[in-house]
Design a protein around this ligand. Structure first.
Ligand SMILES: Nc1nc2c(c(=O)[nH]1)N[C@H]1C(S)=C(S)[C@@H](COP(=O)(O)O)O[C@H]1N2
Ligand SMILES: [Mo]
Length: 371
């Protein structure tokens, strides 16, 4: 068997596995074969998954036959800049209506591209915006990288404008579970192996997301990871994508969610926290940027109460603070407002309760949990 044949069989095998488990399309390794050879007819159309037991296949031709809309549309980029385009395409609503559905019935949708890019569109957008499957832009064909169809959601961020569309995944609605345990990324990182990670011109340190996720018992996990950046960006990422990536913990943009082969637009910089199931992972450094400073004597940090509010943390009668060495303290909810999370000269993150006995201070806090 030639090397080329082996490669080809490997690619087909990987594609078959992903089709079987029905998770979102993986990025095809750039150095193997081109995506067209793997997805075959997908190049000429799209697949809608999750609406019916069977996938709905739609050719671009069929989409072009649907009543078209031509509109001037505006996108917003990450720095708030606006760009205007003229687009022509079909409304997703019309496409869905042909199959007896309506956009408003959908809870969550994930658009998946052939180049490995994908993004989930939140319910608020599904409920309020037109979603156009565009095949023309500014009076001509789409740029080659965006063909054959590009999702256009007028007045929304360009990150939702998925080009090179291959799959529309209709996802089940989820009840966002409340966080009842939060781990401090900075403390946790010290106990985990970090790898060198090339980031533009520097070599930073990154931890496998799997190693972070493994810190909790897996019972309460969900198939989605929620990420919130310090600048306000919120995102849901598929667990299958999240767990194959890294959290870069040093250098510019840290903490950042990324992977060497992940499209840039899917990376999340300056993470405040992320959550899976009822567990959250928090960056103290970013929380410090997002909260007012609280001072007790010479200690300066953030209020535990306001931090837990930011996380929309579950309320309880008492809370357990655990240190990296296993030391544990239980604090009743009435005393929580006396709590300060701060960083000491040695870079450790500690909790201090003003006016409570000294043994309630926890050095090198690893987690906070509702009892
Ligand atoms: N297929 C695909 N679509 C994509 C992306 C991508 O990497 N691949 N990036 C998204 C992001 S994050 C942005 S900001 C815009 C960039 O659009 P532009 O390349 O037209 O400027 O496309 C979005 N759609
Ligand atoms: Mo982007």
């Amino acid at each position: 068997m030639t090397k080329e044949m082996k490669k080809r069989i490997l690619v087909l095998f990987i594609a078959a596995i992903f089709l079987l488990v029905g998770c979102s399309a993986p990025e095809v390794p750039a150095n193997v074969d081109s995506p067209e050879e793997v997805s075959g007819n997908l190049e000429e159309g799209i697949v809608i998954k999750g609406l019916e037991a069977k996938e709905i296949l739609l050719s671009v031709e069929e989409i072009r036959e649907i009543e078209s809309v031509s509109k001037e549309v505006t996108s917003i980029n990450s720095s708030g800049e606006k760009n205007t385009f003229q687009v022509t395409g079909a409304l997703l609503e019309k496409v869905l209506q042909r199959h007896g559905y309506s956009q408003r019935d959908l809870m969550r949708v994930r658009f998946v591209a052939g180049d490995g890019y994908s993004i989930e569109v939140p319910k608020e957008i599904i409920d309020t915006r037109d979603i156009i499957l565009a095949y023309e832009m500014n009076g001509g064909p789409l740029e080659p990288k965006n063909q054959p169809l590009r999702v256009i959601i007028p007045d929304e961020r360009a990150m939702y404008w998925v080009g090179n569309l291959t799959t529309i995944e209709v996802l089940e609605g989820i009840e966002k579970s409340q966080i009842n345990k939060v781990l401090l990324l900075e403390t946790l990182s010290k106990a985990l192996d970090a790898e060198d990670y090339d980031y533009y011109d520097s070599v930073d340190q990154a931890i496998k997301t799997k190693d972070l996720l493994q810190q909790v018992e897996t019972e309460n996990t969900s198939e989605t990871v929620y990420l919130k950046a310090a600048d306000g960006l919120e995102k849901n990422e598929a667990l299958s994508i999240f767990e194959e990536a890294y959290i870069k913990i040093t250098g510019v943009d840290a903490p950042a969610f990324l992977a060497p082969d992940m499209p840039k637009g899917m990376q999340v910089k300056g993470i405040l926290y992320f959550a899976n199931g009822s567990t959250g992972w928090l960056s103290y450094e970013k929380a410090r940027e997002c909260h007012e400073t609280l001072n007790f004597g010479d200690k300066e940090g953030i209020s535990i109460v306001s931090l837990l509010k930011t996380l929309d943390f579950m309320e309880g009668e008492s809370y357990i603070f655990t240190a990296s060495d296993g030391y544990m303290v239980e604090i009743s909810s009435g005393d929580l407002e006396k709590g300060l999370l701060y960083k000491d000269e040695e870079g450790r993150i500690n909790v201090y309760f003003d006016g409570l006995p000294k043994n309630t201070s926890v050095r090198d806090v690893l987690s906070i949990e509702v009892k």
